[in-house]
Ligand binder design. Structure first.
Ligand SMILES: Cc1ncc(COP(=O)(O)O)c(C=O)c1O
Length: 458
């Protein structure tokens, strides 16, 4: 299930014992395997190859510049949901034309920078990152527009800058992706996308308006989507719209299926990616042959099982009701268990037994039921609850698996902890791709108070 395995009782990432990484950079630390990333990318790419689908890596999964560069080397474009992610994608070498920009709340400043590099917030700093002057870099490949209000903003700014903004409308197909309610995005009560029955009217009313160039439709129904059928249902909604638009003379050339392609957090818990492709390829192949371009925006399916969080045990506390294994990593490093009650398989980095199975209740002798928690002053701060683990003691390392996506990107400074370090292992090479966040860096923006002059209305 993963490129992390125990050899001679020590957990390795590719060829490197994770203990050695903890020794070098401390904990908590995210460790990614470049081999695993390449394998996951190729797997998805191969599955959807019959559609010649373009893969746009969703930076929100794990936005580290070096990881985005790796994606670029593999041939990915980028899917971004903020001006910050956009700049990262561009700094990592993604041409603007291969960036798609989604998100319900794109600000004036973000839209401006996405259309014209002179407005990049990095205009003065790009050289420090080895990037050229962003002025003249051109507009993003596609905006995924999520409301009529946004369309108005896009048209106005594009016209003002004398550019044309290529865009897709994000359709809310009102399908149930059967995932956590917080990561369900394709039902009509969710804030994302535009109701399907409003799309045709919107296209008709906005076609020909200044600065706009309508290209197609975008779908992203949730993440992770543990069943195949919701994608097929969403595609059916898109097909109806595409056909109706064609009847009215509006050609759709792009269909973006979004992300959400799942990973097994436990063995066999979701269908393999190939099952999604097997269902969708026959649906789409005919239209692709007639010129429809299919885009995917994978994040989790590439990074999720390519990374782990390594944490060190600070204390073991045996209480009357429970045993707590208290680590230096917690909800501030990996929030998914606290936020979604997500299951992440966790196991000590030193383990002499047979390879543990990624199951909720491992069937091995000598395990102890415990809560794996962090140092944060919240009862909701846990990485695992009621989990069977081999006995551990102070100083032991614990690997929390499937943490490569939505790990570091959702980490926080809560309780004034610096965000974890990040290390990329590539065969026998170990590359620190992010330093542990230092307290003085955290404090920098508070160092001096600045008195503001604001009009006071009495
Ligand atoms: C618009 C959009 N595209 C792509 C993704 C990536 O999803 P995943 O990481 O599940 O592939 C997301 C994540 O929620 C998203 O909001």
């Amino acid at each position: 299930m993963s490129h992390f395995e125990w050899r001679d009782g020590r957990l390795h990432a590719d060829d490197i014992p994770v203990e050695a990484i903890a020794e070098a950079v401390g904990t908590p630390t995210y460790i990614y395997s470049a081999t695993a990333i390449r394998a996951a990318f190729h797997r998805l790419h191969t599955a959807f190859a019959p559609l010649d689908a373009e893969l746009h890596y969703a930076l929100k999964a794990s936005p580290n510049l070096h990881l985005v560069r790796l994606m670029r080397e593999l041939g990915a474009g980028a899917d971004v949901v903020s001006g910050g992610e956009l700049e990262r994608a561009w700094l990592a070498g993604t041409p603007m034309s291969e960036i798609v920009f989604a998100g319900v709340g794109k600000s004036e400043e973000e839209v401006r920078a996405a259309l014209d590099g002179r407005f990049s917030p990095l205009a003065a700093a790009a050289a420090r990152f080895g990037a050229p002057d962003p002025a003249g870099r051109g507009p993003v490949g596609l905006f995924n527009v999520e409301s009529e209000s946004e369309l108005g903003r896009l048209s106005r700014i594009a016209a003002e800058l004398a550019v044309r903004a290529r865009y897709c409308l994000r359709v809310n197909p009102n399908v149930d992706p059967h995932t956590h309610e917080y990561t369900t995005t394709g039902k009509e009560e969710n804030k994302f996308g535009i109701d399907a029955d409003r799309i045709v009217d919107l296209v008709e009313r906005w076609v020909g308006r200044p600065g706009l160039d309508f290209r197609g439709l975008h779908l992203h129904i949730g993440s992770p989507v543990p069943r195949v059928e919701p994608y097929a249902e969403a595609v059916a909604v898109a097909f109806e719209l595409i056909d109706e638009l064609a009847r009215r003379g509006h050609q759709v050339t792009v269909l973006n299926l979004g992300g959400g392609w799942p990973i097994p957090y436990t063995e066999g818990s979701v269908p393999p990616l190939e099952a999604y492709a097997e269902r969708l390829v026959p649906l789409l192949a005919g239209r692709v042959a007639r010129g429809l371009k299919v885009l995917l925006e994978p994040g989790r399916s590439i990074l999720g099982n390519s990374g782990l969080l390594l944490a060190r045990v600070e204390h073991v506390k045996r209480g009357r009701a429970k045993t707590f294994v208290i680590c230096d990593g917690g909800m501030h490093s990996l929030i998914r268990p606290a936020l979604y009650r997500a299951f992440h398989f966790a196991w000590p980095a030193r383990w002499q037994g047979p390879p543990p199975r990624w199951v909720e209740e491992p069937d091995l002798p000598g395990l102890e039921r415990c809560d794996l928690v962090g140092p944060i002053c919240e009862t909701g701060d846990f990485l695992a609850r009621g989990r069977l683990l081999p006995p551990v003691e102070q100083g032991d390392l614990i690997a929390v698996f499937s943490a490569g996506a939505y790990g570091i990107s959702m980490s926080s400074n809560y309780n004034d902890h610096g965000r974890p370090a990040e290390v990329l292992v590539d065969g026998s090479r170990v590359i620190q791709i992010n330093a542990r966040q230092r307290l003085d860096v955290l404090l920098e923006t508070e160092r001096e108070a600045v008195e503001l002059t604001v009009p006071v209305v009495s």
